[in-house]
Design a protein around this ligand. Structure first.
Ligand code: AGP
Length: 609
């Protein structure tokens, strides 16, 4: 997720672009840049680092008196954060500059095609291809050039485009990535999100899918993909700037919970081809290497570790080899027995968690093959692992992870399926059926997010609880670990995740009248056991909220409250089950008035031991 801005009007555009980009730094902040256009041509200024670093470069160079320009703050997906990989990208001809938010899935083929026509590339990014492709298509008509280029683009994009030959206009178009048009007096704006332009105008409309807008200072003309003129109703934004950064949500956490369908879609789409085959894109670990693996160790911290505990059940069954999930802070001091046939999978949102980084190094020192699953491009763990699979969840601002957890889970599932296919443990049809079910996860989560009332209601009944137990078996136990952590870290209510079969071996002594128990009952093979466990705790006075499958008609007869997940394939169950539990923690913490996005004592990335 990146931040785009653009302005055409009568103001000095440079300070406006810089200030607007600062409002979008929550969308991405590893590099930034601006492009100004005037009768003298296009001028680019860009750098790795924050907007403040860009501001210094601009000020040191002496501001240009321009009134039209585009800007970008980057969250790297393809190509590590660097000056050259920053946006805007200017075509070699100097005729076209582009800022891009999204992922161009076929950029490698497009680079090859353009290279045969004399184009060369200086970055590792997918976005540079867009500027050169538009240049290639340009024959004097900017709109025709953009439309022609779009026909070749696969993936997601929101584009701000300026042409040296047309210094008084900006062209904007989008597919799958958001783009806002801001309407002012003798000035108009484009932006990825409202906070960027709220200071200048509250009158906006959202560009619809595949629409193209031509902005001059006097007017905005919008056309659909058939070339027909389109009119949009103007929306007047009442939010304040802070609310706008959160998309109107009260907290980043709930915004990021709501973003999970999109985050999962963006993470899996580029890794599944039209035939349903999984594309890992590894350069060092070959298919034969993956076939040769005889054990897997998944190591991480916190929620990332909880992804590993879910994944170990799945990968063990699919691959029929030993798979373990271990806390990185334990793994690294446990003198782990690993070798060149061991695959160590390292999971980390930030890619900078020191315990996890040291665990990775320990594994590498002992000869293990290493794959990391990371959300931050070019982070330490990504750079030091032999292969990296990036989640494309975008920046996750809330300390309590949600969308990163969910994207990590689907990505490790795709890795497991691919390995099973390579090892002959899963035939083509089985693999594609699982992939198809994984692709349906965003829809299932959307269905949950449309109906949060039940979760809000039970949260309202129990937000004063002093302690909570989360019970589950097998994968449901793994999910209860994450559910418990979510509640603890943002509501400060003590809770424990417990293997339901283990409760009777001591801890059931803590169950008393009114104790709240959340029973995860979506792992079908052990549902009868879970129902017995519910009866056990009910007999001792517990109140039980059960998370159940859509077709479960038994559990509701014993639990006090039930929360159903939508009907889905078995592989999708873990991804759907965790969502009401994230919401439960969020609504409880919200009712308690906690500092949800920045809980006490916590940091988003723990870079100390
Ligand atoms: C999760 O909500 C917590 N913020 C924390 O447990 C986190 O998952 C853990 O610190 C690992 O962080 P990482 O994924 O960036 O490595």
């Amino acid at each position: 997720m990146c931040g785009i801005v653009g302005y055409v009007g009568e103001r000095n555009v440079t300070p406006l672009l810089l200030e607007s980009l600062e409002k979008l730094e929550y969308r991405g902040y590893d590099s930034a840049g601006i492009a100004l256009v005037s009768v003298k041509g296009i001028k680019i200024q860009k750098t790795r680092g924050r907007i403040a670093d860009l501001r210094k470069i601009v000020e040191d160079s002496g501001e240009s008196e321009c009134t039209v320009g585009i800007g970008h703050t980057r969250w790297a997906t393809h190509g590590e954060p660097s000056d050259v990989n920053s946006h805007p990208h200017l075509s070699r001809s100097g005729r076209v500059a582009v800022v891009h938010n999204g992922i161009i899935e076929n950029y490698i083929e497009l680079r090859a095609f353009l290279s045969t026509h004399g184009y060369s590339f200086s970055t590792e990014t997918d976005s540079e291809v867009v500027s050169e492709l538009i240049d290639f298509c340009y024959a004097g008509d900017p709109v025709a050039a953009v439309r022609k280029a779009e026909l070749q683009l696969k993936g997601s994009y929101a584009l701000g485009i300026i042409f040296a030959d047309f210094p008084e206009q900006i062209i904007a178009t989008r597919k799958d990535s958001p783009l806002i048009i801001g309407v002012g007096e003798n000035e108009n704006f484009i932006a990825s999100d409202i906070p960027a332009i709220l200071k200048y105008t509250r009158d906006v409309f959202r560009l619809d899918e595949r629409e193209l807008a031509i902005l001059s200072k006097k007017r905005v003309a919008v056309f659909n993909e058939l070339g027909e003129r389109v009119d949009h109703a103007i929306e007047h934004i009442e939010w304040d700037a802070t609310a706008a950064e959160k998309g109107g949500y009260p907290h980043f956490m709930i915004k990021e919970i709501m973003e999970q369908p999109e985050a999962i879609s963006k993470t899996i789409a580029p890794r599944i081809d039209a035939e349903g085959n999984i594309l890992l894109g590894f350069k060092s670990i070959s298919d034969d290497d993956l076939k040769n693996i005889d054990s897997i160790r998944i190591t991480a911290c916190g929620s990332a570790y909880h992804v590993g505990v879910v994944a170990k059940h799945l990968l063990k069954n699919w691959l029929n080899i030993p798979v373990s999930a271990e806390l990185a802070s334990e793994f690294r001091y446990d003198d782990p027995i690993v070798n060149e046939r061991t695959l160590v999978i390292v999971v980390s949102q930030s890619g900078e968690t020191l315990d996890t980084l040291y665990a990775l190094r320990e594994a590498k020192n002992k000869g293990a093959r290493t794959i990391s699953i990371v959300n931050v491009v070019a982070s330490s763990i990504a750079n030091e692992s032999e292969e990296v699979l990036y989640t494309w969840a975008g920046p996750e601002i809330s300390v309590a992870t949600t969308k990163a957890y969910s994207t990590q889970l689907v990505l490790i599932e795709l890795l497991g399926i691919r390995m099973a296919q390579l090892r002959g443990r899963m035939d083509d049809e089985q693999g594609k059926a699982l992939v198809s079910a994984i692709k349906s996860i965003p829809t299932g989560i959307e269905e949950i997010l449309k109906d949060v009332q039940t979760v809000q209601y039970v949260a309202s009944l129990y937000f004063n609880s002093q302690s909570v137990f989360f019970l589950g078996r097998n994968i449901d136990y793994a999910l209860s670990l994450e559910a418990s952590l979510k509640l603890k870290e943002i509501s400060y209510i003590h809770s424990e995740a417990y293997a339901a079969g283990e409760l009777k071996h001591g801890t059931i002594s803590l169950i008393e009248e009114g104790t709240l128990v959340i029973a995860l009952c979506t792992y079908r093979p052990l549902l009868d056991k879970m129902i017995s466990n519910i009866k056990e705790v009910k007999a001792r006075g517990a109140k039980v909220i059960a998370i159940i499958n859509n077709d479960d008609v038994q559990t509701g007869t014993v639990a006090d409250h039930i929360i159903r997940i939508p009907a889905c394939e078995q592989i999708a169950v873990p991804s759907l089950t965790i969502v009401p539990l994230q919401l439960f923690a969020y609504y409880i913490a919200s009712l308690k008035g906690c500092d949800i996005d920045k809980p006490r004592n916590l940091a988003k990335s723990v870079t100390v031991e």
